[in-house]
Design a protein around this ligand. Structure first.
Ligand code: VNL
Length: 391
């Protein structure tokens, strides 16, 4: 009798709520740790906007579970990222860690993912070694080597014989430098100087003067997302745009988020990368329109697709496990997963848990009065070349 009235009360509550009784629907939490303050705020904003867009488009119930996104700001500081990850696991009982706007932030959190057996989805950081730091790490962004090798080949095939490299002095910059220099050399090119600029308050001016003096055919540059705006400004101030020295690199320097503010001096810059706002697929046109509608004044960049696809991967893994949040089962579900992203076809390499994707070569052009990275060549199924070489 007692039991019956309890059930009746429960049913009444459900009717009142107009849905499934709250107690019957378990919540699965995703902890999204991103820089929302500090020098890498644009990356955090892109990741958050894309994660929210995916959830808005695909609903917040997956395999019978209610999905909750918890967003935390680490200000781009590794000690914050690791502390927040610990809190999200201990206090909030998250089933996924996600985000990671920069390499040091992902590296600091890797041991926490291993100890807690919680999947860690790296949505932006691009240093090759990251995925080797924990068997619970999966990457939806890119590696610097993927783009560096492709642009090195392009340079060697396009009358560029002498290059100076200039990279931000931390792990992804070192990857971007090494992959380019090795590949360019193997194709007969020469790197006459390799310069590194500090990550804190970068001033490119003194380095650019050395580039002018060295008179290479091209300057190859890697800077993290957003910083390309400073580089481009100083490139023009120092007169490099009129020197005949071409600017090339992985696409981080012509980041779609900041590219509209670059001015016409950026026209003709050639880069290789995994995503362009201008990517001409139907899926991307739909994505860009929805992203702009939800985030007025913003254009989706390569960080955004890492975030969008990262949430997709989490949703699909949960579907495969039938809503089970066991870390090992989720990892198994993620390995080998294949889908169409706004950037093109992508998959998770089952061996390395790293992303496999198309890399495009693009030239900055003006279209309807706005600057875009216009793709003109594509290389499908590119794996991280650094890990491929280790085998
Ligand atoms: C990293 C690589 C960060 C590429 C970036 O922007 C980027 C990283 C913040 O691994 O730290 O464009």
């Amino acid at each position: 009798m007692l039991r019956r009235s309890f059930l009746a009360a429960l049913a009444a509550t459900a009717l009142a709520a107009g849905s499934v009784p709250a107690a019957a629907q378990e919540t699965v939490k995703i902890g999204l740790i991103i820089p929302l303050t500090g020098p890498f705020t644009t990356t955090g904003k892109q990741l958050e906007a894309a994660a929210r867009l995916y959830m808005q488009q695909n609903g917040t119930t997956v395999a019978g579970k209610k999905i909750e996104l918890i967003v935390r700001d680490d200000a781009g500081r590794a000690e914050n990222t690791a502390r927040i990850a610990g809190e999200l696991i201990q206090n909030d009982k998250v089933s996924f860690l996600a985000g990671f706007g920069l390499t040091p932030l992902a590296m600091a959190t890797a041991p926490i993912a291993t100890n807690s057996k919680i999947p860690m989805v790296v949505m932006m950081a691009g240093t090759s070694i990251i995925t080797e730091r924990s068997p619970y790490i999966v990457r939806t962004s890119f590696t610097l080597g993927q783009s560096a090798v492709i642009i090195a080949d392009w340079a060697a095939q396009n009358k560029i014989k002498k290059v100076v490299t200039l990279v931000t002095d931390y792990a992804p910059g070192h990857d971007a430098e090494k992959s380019f220099v090795d590949q360019f050399k193997s194709k007969g090119g020469e790197t006459v100087e390799s310069l590194r600029v500090p990550i804190q308050n970068p001033d490119f001016a003194p380095f650019l003067q050395r580039v002018l003096d060295a008179k290479p055919d091209a300057l190859y540059v890697f800077t993290p997302s957003g910083v390309g705006a400073i580089l481009m400004k100083q490139f023009v101030e120092r007169g490099l745009d009129k020197s005949g020295i071409r600017l090339i690199g992985p696409g981080d320097i012509t980041d779609d988020d900041v590219l509209p503010g670059f001015g016409d001096a950026a026209i003709g810059v050639v880069t290789a990368h995994n995503y362009s706002t201008d990517h001409p697929s139907a899926k991307n046109k739909e994505y860009v329109a929805a992203f702009k509608k939800a985030n007025p004044g913003m254009r989706p960049n390569f960080a955004s697709v890492g975030g969008y696809d990262g949430i997709h991967l989490i949703y699909e893994a949960l579907k495969k496990t039938g809503g089970k949040t066991d870390g090992d089962a989720l990892l198994t579900a993620m390995k080998g997963h294949k889908w169409e992203s706004p950037r093109g076809p992508i998959s998770i390499d089952p061996e390395t848990r790293d992303i496999v994707q198309t890399i495009y070569i693009r030239r900055v052009e003006k279209k309807n009065g706005e600057l875009y990275n216009v793709e003109f060549a594509s290389f499908p199924d590119v794996k991280d070349p650094v890990k491929a070489q280790k085998k």
